[in-house]
Design a protein around this ligand. Structure first.
Ligand code: ATP
Length: 503
């Protein structure tokens, strides 16, 4: 990770803590690794993302219905889905420093020349590409000279820690110590349902929301007058006992997902896959991830799960590397066929027009709410200058959230705390809140400082009541991004703000 990327992440984590976006969970007890709490600003941002998704995916469409299924389900669900057997990560420990890694996320650069089997430094990152490039960079800077002493021309090879060639051993990327062999580790959290803690009472906290959708597919077909193609959408908590939670909230052990299972005729699956691939990418762009940091990457054939026909990831270039925000996959009829087999229930769809009976194919756009929050935070973070009340430029940190996502939409200030200005400002503040729009009232300190506090929270509009307001009932509205001030009628403020935040 480059120095300035590290620095940016530190600043962002600092701001998130200082302003009440994100706190470590149970912090007064020292926290707990991989768990995070959303403070007053963070919860608004997170809810706005979920509400934007729900509005755009469920409420604005005729071919989608919503669902809210339980976190704990019959454990047979996870046998059918393959999670009991396959939801494993390869785990390695350093025998010397006790650090623990996912072997598939640690990469090593080797000189190909057998005799000079010198290992370079390893790297750990969230996607292969970032891991490979960090490993290569480490090799270039730290061990290249060592390698060059041994061979004139060097051919590089990159290997995963658990797939090293010719019996060569990977070493700890932190201390160079010996690593254990890779062990399989199931990431599902286990619990017991009922009073007895024996194997018959074992249940799992869901590692994804998708299976709740498949388990309810028949209920929805039987109760809703809906025909294929259609989708079922759900937002909810998921839990994964990640070996190495890190990169702030990016890899957490408790997180939220926004998932769609879109059911269609097998002949139309390729078309719907293309549709959702584009649709989901554009959704992030529409909410402000407009920079070149967002990209859509198609999976190579060898990356695909055995049942998947196609998969693409919406990825974001975070300060710690390019990583997945959402995956869009054509999962064929795999999931419904598995549940049909394990439950013994007929999950075929009968088309009463064509009289055809078939198991639908499924297109699954599966995104993480917390990763979306983090991407929107990263994209919004900007340092620039804005004039203070004397017109002198001052450095400021501004969170340029899309108005639809901004945690607080408006702030209302009386210029001074007298002459009826606080009363007039409070009236406007209360009218904004009564319209269901978040507003903050602030009468403390110089107005320039109050603007900067709101800039840091990402508030798009600051309304100031001044001497003129009392004479002609107008106020100024200052735009967070352009710094332009509009003078408008006090009783037009609610409409002004609401038109701009509901876009
Ligand atoms: P990764 O390879 O990063 O572990 P994944 O491919 O296993 O992710 P999926 O199983 O496809 O992820 O889950 C769908 C989405 O859920 C991801 O795109 C991501 O946004 C979110 N997600 C998955 N694991 C986590 C986690 N540990 N913390 C936060 N979000 C997660």
């Amino acid at each position: 990770m480059a120095e300035n990327a590290n620095e940016l992440m530190d600043k962002l984590v600092g701001l998130a803590k200082r302003r009440g976006f994100i706190f470590p969970s149970s912090e007064i007890y020292g926290g707990i690794n991989g768990f995070w709490d959303y403070g007053p600003l963070g919860v608004e941002l997170k809810r706005n993302i979920k509400e934007a998704w729900w509005a755009d995916i469920v409420r604005k469409r005729d071919d989608m219905v919503g669902l809210d299924s339980t976190i704990i389900m019959n454990p047979r669900v996870w046998e059918a889905s393959g999670h009991v057997v396959n939801f494993n990560d390869p785990l390695v420990d350093c025998k010397a420093c006790k650090a623990r890694f996912r072997a598939d996320k640690v990469f090593f650069v080797l000189a190909k020349d057998g005799e000079n089997a010198l290992l370079s430094a390893g790297a750990e990152a969230d996607d292969d590409e970032a891991a490979r490039s960090t490993a290569t960079a480490a090799a270039n800077s730290k061990t290249r000279r060592r390698l060059e002493d041994h061979a004139e021309s060097i051919v590089w090879e990159i290997h995963r820690a658990d797939k090293m060639p010719d019996g060569r051993k990977a070493v700890c990327p932190k201390c160079g110590g010996e690593l254990t062999d890779a062990r399989k580790f199931n990431m599902m959290f286990k619990t017991f349902v009922g009073a007895l803690e024996d194997s018959s009472a074992v249940a799992y906290l869901r590692p994804e929301t998708a299976q709740g959708i498949f388990a309810n597919y028949k209920n929805i077909i039987d109760t809703q007058r809906i025909k294929i193609p259609f989708g079922i959408a759900q937002i909810g908590k998921s839990f994964r006992n990640e070996i190495n939670p890190r990169n702030f909230t990016f890899r957490s052990r408790e997180f939220e997902q926004m998932e769609i299972e879109f059911f269609c005729h097998p002949n139309e699956a390729d078309k719907w896959y293309e549709y959702w691939r584009a649709e989901r990418y554009n959704w992030y762009v529409g909410l402000g991830l407009t920079s070149a940091k967002l990209r859509l990457r198609d999976h190579q054939k060898e990356e695909l799960a055995h049942y998947a026909r196609a998969c693409a990831d919406v990825e974001y270039s975070f300060p710690f590397g390019i990583s997945e925000l959402e995956g869009i996959a054509n999962r064929t009829d795999f999931d419904l066929s598995q549940h049909q087999k394990y439950s013994g229930k007929d999950l075929a769809y009968f088309d009463d027009e064509t009289k055809e009976r078939f198991i639908p194919y499924v297109i699954e756009p599966s995104g993480g709410v917390d990763r979306a929050v983090l991407a929107f935070l990263c994209e919004a973070y900007t340092e620039d200058t804005a004039p203070d009340e004397h017109g002198n430029p001052q450095p400021r940190t501004v969170m340029r959230f899309h108005p639809r996502l901004a945690p607080v939409k408006a702030a209302v200030f009386p210029l001074v705390k007298k002459d009826g200005m606080p009363e007039a400002a409070l009236k406007i503040h209360n009218a904004i809140k009564a319209a269901g729009i978040t507003s903050s009232y602030d009468e403390k300190g110089a107005v320039g400082r109050r603007y900067r506090r709101q800039d840091e929270a990402g508030t798009p509009f600051c309304v100031t009541v001044d001497g003129l307001t009392l004479q002609d009932q107008t106020v100024t509205v200052r735009d967070r991004d352009t710094l332009k001030q509009d003078r408008i009628a006090a009783d037009a403020v609610v409409r002004y703000v609401s038109e701009r935040v509901r876009a």
